[in-house]
Design a protein around this ligand. Structure first.
Ligand SMILES: Nc1ncnc2c1ncn2[C@@H]1O[C@H](COP(=O)(O)OP(=O)(O)OP(=O)(O)O)[C@@H](O)[C@H]1O
Ligand SMILES: CC(=O)C(=O)O
Ligand SMILES: [K+]
Ligand SMILES: [Mg+2]
Length: 593
């Protein structure tokens, strides 16, 4: 044992604390690597191994330059769950990684891979196969379809094309379906792509169903109680203030409004009304979060096996729990993650419990900015990002990141600063909306997200500017606490030892997310056995998801991974790697043989 000490590089000793080695038993090392709170409760059975071995596998050769410290709980495999019905792909001899990631790794090496994930809303500008491929090549990790727009056939076509792209071209683009939700919004403008409201215009907002074309200066409203609820004198905001009206007269189902702030109205734009400076939201609170149309869309999403369902206008954790049990009952084979969109006052009020219940969250700044004063949006974003990180849920920053690029080929300086801020906050993902759905420069917008992410990530790494965030214990069981502590320790070791990559072998993806939560300096290679887990990991910060068949034998897993990755020139001899797994609950440090 004492020999093994000399093999460990100084930062490693620092991490594990030298006094442990003086004691010279595996028992004390195990205790040391775990936090005090665990030591007192844990029936220590860590007697199996602390071994130092050659990367080639021969044991205890003191002349070796590479080392491997293995903490194991005798293979009890705590924290390891296989979801029912997850088909494990039986191809034992291959490893699958995103074609773009592979090219990037080869060209730029581990360190410069992008950590922030990118989501593109698909719309008329990007629904063609070649256009989707261009986005995938440009770094799109997740394709979002917004059920507010387009027909069922159109959505199905987009999903099929993304699937085909993955199958034929080796991508792993995940699919996110975003529900319409039942907030008040305008109709589809009778087919027009937009409508211009001029200062002093009178427009009619009506709940009437018009059979043919809409009369001039008329807007359909989706909510039957609209005329009843608004008062003369109320202020009506389109898309959170892009256009403003004052209610001047109510005539049956029609509400006449005077335009006080001119602008362009887009189909199905969100409507809010304000009285004496406050948002009128009593009636909104009565509307169900998931409308009957949404339930049909959700059935469609389940049938299609989308990877994520994002729920609009979430007000409480209850609706998330309801949807999750609905999904569990309906889809034995798939494991669809539920993303809570934070875009209402109620969702901010119940933030912690909503995020706790969800599999991730979206800072949906478009509608959020229509419900709270704009100057409060940045602090809300910061809070949501932070709560998500602490609760280990992926978080997406969305809306207007590069809004001007809908029309122009370069972003404004302010937009670049906004993107940088989200990257600096280390959000998991950034999302394009109109920029990619109907803008003129979807590929350029994606390139801006990609290059700003890379630049800011590198800058902050080089400057060592990231403040460490205290990560609370979140597990529900002792075994989960062990996994958390292992990931925190592994990430810290990775930073101190300046390793090239972290490897995580994970069947459900949970252990990978725990590592991602630590936001280590190096990229995380996440090996999972199923394509669906691999696609889901695409949303999380710093994870490079691979599909690989592996066993409970870590030595053989590592050897296999090394040889497969080396054969593809993705790693080379001498690269320093730390590996963790949710089967063995171990940390191993080694040089690639
Ligand atoms: N499938 C689609 N078909 C046509 N236009 C679309 C589609 N998806 C998005 N768009 C256009 O892109 C714009 C921005 O997309 P986005 O998904 O942000 O929608 P949104 O209407 O703002 O609603 P949400 O609040 O759900 O994001 C939309 O207003 C719409 O004009
Ligand atoms: C994305 C979204 O729904 C919003 O920003 O409102
Ligand atoms: K939506
Ligand atoms: Mg919204």
């Amino acid at each position: 044992m004492s020999q093994s000490l000399h093999l460990l590089t100084p930062p490693f000793i620092r991490t594990l604390n030298c006094s442990a080695f003086a004691n010279n038993t595996c028992h004390s090392i195990s205790k040391l690597s775990l936090p005090k709170s665990l030591n007192s409760r844990f029936p220590v059975t860590f007697t199996s191994s602390l071994s130092v071995r050659a990367s080639s596998g021969s044991d205890l050769d003191p002349s070796l330059s590479s080392s491997q410290a293995l903490l194991s709980d005798n293979g009890a495999g705590a924290g390891f769950v296989v979801s029912p019905g997850q088909g494990i792909v039986s191809d034992l001899s291959s490893i699958e990684v995103d074609a773009v990631t592979e090219a990037e790794l080869k060209e730029n090496g581990f360190r410069s891979t992008r950590r922030t994930k990118l989501i593109c809303t698909i719309g008329p500008a990007t629904c063609g196969f070649e256009q989707l491929e261009a986005l995938a090549v440009g770094g799109m990790n997740v394709a979002r379809i917004n059920m507010c727009h387009g027909t069922r056939e159109w959505h199905k076509m987009v999903i099929d094309r993304v699937r085909r792209l993955n199958e034929e071209k080796g991508f792993a683009v995940a699919i996110m379906m975003d529900t319409e939700g039942s907030e008040i919004h305008m109709g589809d403008l009778g087919g027009a792509s937009s409508a211009k409201a001029e200062d002093g215009d009178i427009w009619t907002f009506s709940v009437r169903a018009f059979d043919s074309t809409l009369p001039e200066h008329t807007i359909n409203v989706n909510y039957d109680g609209f005329a009843e609820d608004v008062n003369v004198g109320d202020e009506l905001l389109v898309d959170g203030g892009m256009v403003r009206f004052e209610v001047i007269e109510k005539i049956g189902p029609d509400v006449k409004c005077l335009c006080t702030d001119p602008g362009l109205m887009l189909p199905r734009a969100n409507l809010t009304f304000w009285r004496n400076g406050s948002l009128v939201r009593e009636r909104n609170a009565m509307l169900p979060t998931i409308s009957s149309k949404d339930w049909l869309d959700i059935d469609f999403g389940i049938a299609e096996g989308v990877d994520f369902i994002a729920i609009s206008f979430v007000k409480s954790a209850e609706v998330i729990n309801h949807l999750k049990s609905y999904i569990a009952a309906r889809s034995r084979d798939s494991d669809i993650a539920v993303i809570a969109k934070i875009e209402s006052i109620d969702s901010l009020k119940n933030l912690e419990e909503i995020i706790q219940a969800s599999d991730g969250a979206m800072v949906a700044r478009g509608d959020l900015g229509a419900q709270i004063p704009l100057e409060q949006v940045p602090s809300a974003q910061q809070r949501i990002v932070q709560v998500c990180r602490q609760l280990n849920k992926p978080v997406i920053v969305a809306s207007q990141l590069l809004e001007s690029m809908i029309e122009y080929p370069t972003p404004t300086r302010a937009e670049v600063a906004d993107v940088s801020e989200a990257v600096r906050q280390r959000a998991d993902a950034l999302m394009l909306s109109g920029e990619s759905a109907m803008g003129q420069y979807p590929d350029k917008a994606l390139t801006v997200l990609r290059s700003v992410s890379l630049r800011i990530e590198r800058w902050w790494r080089e400057q060592k500017r990231h403040e460490a965030m205290a990560l609370p214990s979140i597990g529900n069981s002792f075994s989960e606490n062990i996994s958390e502590e292992i990931c925190i320790a592994a990430a810290k070791m990775a930073n101190n030892l300046e390793v090239d990559a972290l490897f995580v072998y994970t069947k459900t993806g949970h252990m990978a997310s725990l590592l991602s939560r630590c936001r280590p300096d190096c990229p995380i290679f996440a090996f999972s056995t199923t394509p669906s887990v691999r696609r889901r990991l695409n949303l999380q910060w710093g994870l490079i998801p691979f599909r690989l068949s592996f066993s409970d034998d870590m030595d053989s897993n590592l050897n296999k991974t090394f040889s497969l990755l080396k054969a593809r020139n993705l790693i080379k001899s001498g690269d320093l790697v730390i590996a963790v797994s949710d089967m063995l609950q171990s940390i191993q440090v080694m040089n690639v043989p």
